[in-house]
Design a binder for this molecule. Structure first.
Ligand SMILES: [Zn+2]
Length: 267
């Protein structure tokens, strides 16, 4: 239907629209957009705008990201180098309060091994979750002889072995490795346990009363420090099945008695 201008003037726009809605001009979205993006977005559509990157901003983001990554690499390299130098110049020392307390005990003799990959790697323990009891396996030898054997591994390089403590036939208690460093005694439990080697007079592996008493005292003392119970005291045998400590593996009652004696002394 065609609209005569004259009629429009007479009838008025309202009347015309009411008569024939087909004549209402329809704006396509394309027409609106063509007028400029600002007009195409109402308040409601504001959130759906996709920001356009300016080329300068893109380059800036890439440059900053690259700088951060480069800095991380440089920092990591410098940190590793620093760690290595610290280790060479200043081998890790005891960092825990427990070591300070141990140093005060008149019944513990400190005879630390030199830092070396065969018996004292210098690695810090992350936590202490247990105490592992061993027997030295070399009848009649003293704590100091065994300590020297561990120290000499740095030269002989024949194996990897050591122990946090060694208790002698006469009950003397030697500490070979600082309390917060790893010793090589208990295989896969080296990293979260402390180890105590016990000397013994003969092949049966039975301990002297002095060795036994010192072992109970030291084990209980360590349990008290680390909040452990006698249930956290284990034999090397419980880790790997090795017959160690021989007497406590072959005499289960003696082992249970040892743990009960330790429990009694724990604070
Ligand atoms: Zn053992």
């Amino acid at each position: 239907m065609s609209v005569n201008i004259k009629e429009m003037q007479i009838a008025g726009v309202e009347d015309l629209l009411a008569e024939d809605p087909e004549d209402i001009p329809i704006y396509e979205p394309a027409d609106i957009v063509a007028e400029g993006p600002e007009d195409a977005f109402t308040d409601e559509s504001e959130d759906f705008r996709i920001p356009k990157w300016r080329p300068g901003a893109k380059i800036a983001v890439i440059a900053v990201s690259a700088a951060i990554i480069l800095f991380a690499f440089i920092w990591e390299a410098a940190y590793s180098k620093g760690q290595a130098e610290n280790f060479m110049n200043d081998p890790p020392r005891a960092r825990s309060a427990v070591q300070d307390e141990l140093g005060e005990l008149d019944w513990v003799t400190q005879a630390f091994l030199p830092v070396n990959v065969y018996s004292r790697p210098g690695e810090l323990l992350r936590s202490v979750n247990g105490i592992v009891i061993h027997y030295i396996g070399n009848p009649g030898t003293t704590a100091m002889q065994n300590r020297d054997y561990f120290a000499n591994l740095a030269v002989t390089k024949e194996t990897y072995a050591s122990s946090s403590f060694i208790i002698c036939l006469d009950g003397e208690t030697l500490q070979c490795v600082p309390i917060d460093e790893m010793a090589y005694a208990s295989n896969n439990r080296n990293s979260d346990t402390l180890s105590i080697e016990l000397c013994h007079p003969d092949e049966t592996g039975i301990f002297t009363d002095e060795t036994y008493a010192s072992a109970v005292r030291l084990t209980a003392w360590l349990c008290s420090c680390y909040g452990l119970s006698s249930g956290d005291v284990i034999r090397h045998y419980d880790v790997t099945g090795k017959i160690c400590p021989k007497y406590f593996v072959e005499n289960e009652d003696a082992w249970e008695l040892f743990k009960a004696d330790v429990e009694e002394l724990i604070d």
